[in-house]
Design a protein around this ligand. Structure first.
Ligand code: PMP
Length: 397
């Protein structure tokens, strides 16, 4: 009999040389279950998606209720769809006043694409500044602001007029000038290996953008929705971006993204003859209903308030293990630093064998990531740490 694994390898195209190819039958809370019933403890959250765990009952119910009313009606932005309106209002209510207008899209890459286009159109300038350690997605625009030049090679020419400067280096911010349309960054870098810049750096960046009339774009696709212990990562720095990009955890497991700005800025997308940003499925009503439920769960269950303490609990349980060389941690996004890439891969393999799913970082070789659902309990953290210690012990032998 042909197995699903064989069919997957034959017919499902991927970009991964060695996909995990783990088959999951169902998932609930912090666990995913293979067809033979083996539980896998999820320490990745589908890469910062399942922030309120898998299959939260409120999200499932919201999806079912909306499916029973309607699904797709019309290309984005033409009809009044209640789930969209309610979600836009809920997001605006939980953001600073200037982030009051929400443009819904389908993914993180598309949110960043939209934001870059908006900045070019609003400022009438073309230069885009990005940073070392940056990942903003895989579409052409987002790829143009990827930090790794080699990874881009097959796809050139990409966007002209992009300039990479050093993340965290205040002096490099001098390169922002009157010709800069925008600066795009994650205020806290994820794929760079959990890099937390100084408050001075982010505040100087904000001031420089304001001075030069460049728009500041924060990509919180991965770090938004409570991951760092604040609802949004920019709250750590007491600054507000001009455009905020969201996706991943936003949909509670459903695909949705958004770029959010001031209505005064977003309104410039309207005037013809130039295109704004057309999307058929952006802000799909079922995804909006799921996203609203997911955000309500985060807020009403006060989940974010406990995230930093839980991150610190993880660190305290793992810190004395001889394989652990250090941590970079904020909230429940933890880079566990080990001696080498080989050791990191070995630990991940052993963990996987005993039923723990973890992940590496795109641009950091000697660390593995812990980023579980934010509503993981203390007991589950202790259990996860025990399993990780078992995995690290095995690699040590
Ligand atoms: N920005 C960041 C910071 C991301 O981590 C990702 C996805 N890993 C993206 C953008 C792209 O999001 P998507 O895969 O939904 O296009």
């Amino acid at each position: 009999m042909i197995t699903n694994r064989q069919l997957f390898l034959q017919h499902v195209a991927t970009t991964s040389d060695f996909p995990i190819a783990l088959e999951i039958e169902r998932a609930e809370g912090i666990y995913m279950y293979s067809p033979d019933g083996k539980p896998y403890l999820d320490l990745v959250s589908g890469v910062s998606v399942s922030n309120i765990g898998h299959g939260h009952p409120r999200v499932r119910q919201a999806i079912k209720d909306q499916v029973d009313k309607y699904m797709h009606l019309m290309v984005y932005g033409e009809f009044i769809e209640t789930p969209q309106v309610e979600l836009a209002k809920l997001l605006s209510d939980n953001l600073p006043e200037s982030l009051n207008s929400v443009y819904f899209v389908n993914s993180g890459s598309e949110a960043n694409e939209g934001a870059l286009k908006l900045a070019k159109r609003y400022t009438g300038r073309s230069e885009i500044i990005y940073f070392t350690g940056a990942y903003h997605g895989s579409t052409h625009g987002a790829l143009s602001v990827l930090c790794d030049e080699e990874m881009k090679n097959a796809y050139r020419p990409l966007l002209p007029d992009v300039r990479m400067i050093e993340f965290g280096n205040v002096l490099d911010l001098e390169q922002i000038t009157e010709t800069t349309a925008c600066v795009i960054l994650e205020p806290i870098q994820s794929e760079g290996g959990m890099i937390i810049p100084s408050k001075e750096f982010i505040q100087t960046l904000r001031a420089k953008c304001t001075e030069k009339g460049a728009l500041l774009i924060f990509d919180e696709v991965q770090m938004g929705f409570g991951r760092t212990g604040k609802l949004f990562a920019f709250e750590h720095f007491d600054v507000v971006p001009d455009i905020l990009c969201l996706a991943k955890a936003m949909g509670g497991g459903m695909p949705i993204g958004a770029f959010i700005s001031d209505k005064k800025i977003l309104d410039c997308f309207k005037s013809k003859p130039m295109l704004g940003h057309i999307t058929t499925f952006g802000g799909h009503p079922v995804c909006c209903a799921a996203a609203k439920a997911a955000l309500e769960v985060l807020l009403e269950e006060n989940i974010v308030a406990d995230v930093q303490r839980k991150g610190e609990l993880f660190v305290s349980l793992l810190k004395d293990h001889p394989m652990v060389k250090g941590f970079r941690q904020l909230g429940l996004f933890i880079a566990v630093i080990v001696e080498s890439q080989e050791i990191m891969v070995e630990i991940m393999k052993e963990a996987y064998e005993i039923g723990v799913v973890m992940d590496a970082f795109l641009f950091c070789d000697n660390a593995y990531r812990i980023a579980p659902p934010l509503n993981i309990t203390d007991e589950e953290i202790r259990h996860a740490s025990d399993l990780l210690i078992q995995a690290m012990d095995k690699v040590r032998k």
